[in-house]
Design a protein around this ligand. Sequence first.
Ligand SMILES: *[C@@H]1O[C@H](CO)[C@@H](O)[C@H](O)[C@H]1NC(C)=O
Ligand SMILES: *[C@@H]1O[C@H](CO)[C@@H](O)[C@H](O)[C@H]1NC(C)=O
Ligand SMILES: *[C@@H]1O[C@H](CO)[C@@H](O)[C@H](O)[C@H]1NC(C)=O
Ligand SMILES: *[C@@H]1O[C@H](CO)[C@@H](O)[C@H](O)[C@H]1NC(C)=O
Length: 553
Amino acid sequence: MGGSGQCPSPFPRPSLLLAQLGALWGPCLPCAAPAPCSALAQALADLKGRTENIPCVVGGEEVWTGAVRYQLSPFNHAHKVAKFCYADKDLINKAINAALAARKEWDLKPVQDRAQIFLKAADMLSGPRRAEVLAKTMVGQGKTVIQAEIDAAAELIDFFRFNAKYALELESSQPISVDISTNSMVYRGLEGFVAAVSPFNFTAIGGNLAGAPALMGNVVLWKPSDTALLSSYAVYRILLEAGLPPNVIQFVPADGPVFGDAVTSNQHFCGLNFTGSVPTFKRLWKQVAENLDCYRNFPRLAGECGGKNFHLVHSSADVSSVVNGTLRSAFEYGGQKCSACSRLYAPDSLWPQIKEKLLEETKKIKVGDPAQDFGTFFSAVIDDKSFARIKKWIEHAKKSPNLTILAGGGCDDSVGYFIEPCIVESKDPKDPIMKEEIFGPILTVYVYPEKQYKDVLELIDTTTPYGLTGAVFAQEKSIIEEARSYLRNSAGNFYINDKSTGAVVAQQPFGGSRISGTNDKPGGPHYILRWTSPQAIKETHVPLRDWRYAYMH
Ligand SMILES: *[C@@H]1O[C@H](CO)[C@@H](O)[C@H](O)[C@H]1NC(C)=O
Ligand SMILES: *[C@@H]1O[C@H](CO)[C@@H](O)[C@H](O)[C@H]1NC(C)=O
Ligand SMILES: *[C@@H]1O[C@H](CO)[C@@H](O)[C@H](O)[C@H]1NC(C)=O
Ligand SMILES: *[C@@H]1O[C@H](CO)[C@@H](O)[C@H](O)[C@H]1NC(C)=O
């Protein structure tokens, strides 16, 4: 790492990043101006007070409609970071037609050529464009430098590179041939267009959500999140500059329902890759079901919808891992990750110790402007809607007799949408705050009688309808084994003595089942198969001289 020899680079190679976090970011920030850091400082300065104009990109052209919108910086909502517009129904239909026209040629392009474009984009992201995308993710989505780095740089680069690798491997995975005939498999893109709907919380998800199907020969309409326009558009431009032909991916910010209606009512709709809320995903799925008779193919539906993730602490757990892992998992990026820990189950024997440390460390958490102060642990939540929703949970905690606020409880939206890290203790393990996704910096703790450990396993499994991530902290092997088997269906990503967040591409392919989603595991080798419609071809080399079989003579 840091081959330049000047300053230990704060920008290590992507996959290595997570392993090195602690070591890297402690001493280096705020940095003594090595090249990459000053590039970031420069990129942040460039965005100051600036509003970028972001058009729709349809049919190879930049298009503006009258429905103008703004993306605000979460920690300084007076700053409009982007001015953009919503595509209307006609423009979305125009995009669909342009996509379909581009499809044949793109799908016929050898996968090696398609992969080249994504590898080039990955190189641009890891080099010359890194600072720009980081800064746009920080200012537009309220990420700290480290959260922006693991997302907009590391994860996106990994997605592009690993998916390219997996696509090439898939191509070489071929059926058996025999003397008289040759068999082969052609990995075609889906016939039609794919709709990609991306969330605000990961720049990487946006890029990959649109990028992975394109890599596999599909054409894509990408609806980015209103609150991640700035970084999404930067990634889109990079893909175009890396050589992505026009109309393979079109950039169509739009009102959610308008977009959903337009794409699901088109006969050529063949796939949806979605990340967002459960109700929206269900709504789209139902629309697809209703329109089933009009489609030329059964559409592929992939969705990731969040979680209510747990940390289960056994009395044999290492307290430091519990405390520090929980702080990171619950509060990094203000809890706005689908994998964030939001329910902690602690045994009464260990609770006093955990509580003391948890509260002591929480006091040290700095919430602020991540572009000004690199000591910020997390920043404001994404927008006014999120702020209002989270505030309601805090009010619920204040007035419910079963709930006690142990830390935080303050919020202030005068400058940005700031919410203090909040820790709540619940006497009732089935209070709504233990069941529903909050998507903010609130951690709820349920303290269980140590002897009733088995009941807690059941509570964890049955309290919520989600099944995304979870962790068990214990040092006794048999306890770990028991938790693994009992909680087999409670989490698609299960952690042992580690926090519930931080999945790395190609190391922990990500996703959950139950209402958390379709668990297709992006970041794993099988994922890309979802976006192909393979064709098996048999070619026979020996002429057929008889229609009868030997036994008939
Ligand atoms: C689907 O969405 C996930 C994020 O939930 C993303 O990582 C993945 O690349 C997307 N897949 C496709 C094919 O768009
Ligand atoms: C957690 O991390 C802090 C520093 O960030 C450290 O001082 C402390 O010892 C760790 N463990 C606990 C239990 O707080
Ligand atoms: C991102 O946010 C959306 C909500 O907008 C949520 O459904 C999704 O699970 C989140 N994904 C990740 C990877 O955090
Ligand atoms: C408090 O918790 C108990 C169960 O522990 C439950 O029966 C009761 O309804 C709860 N009260 C409120 C107001 O939610």
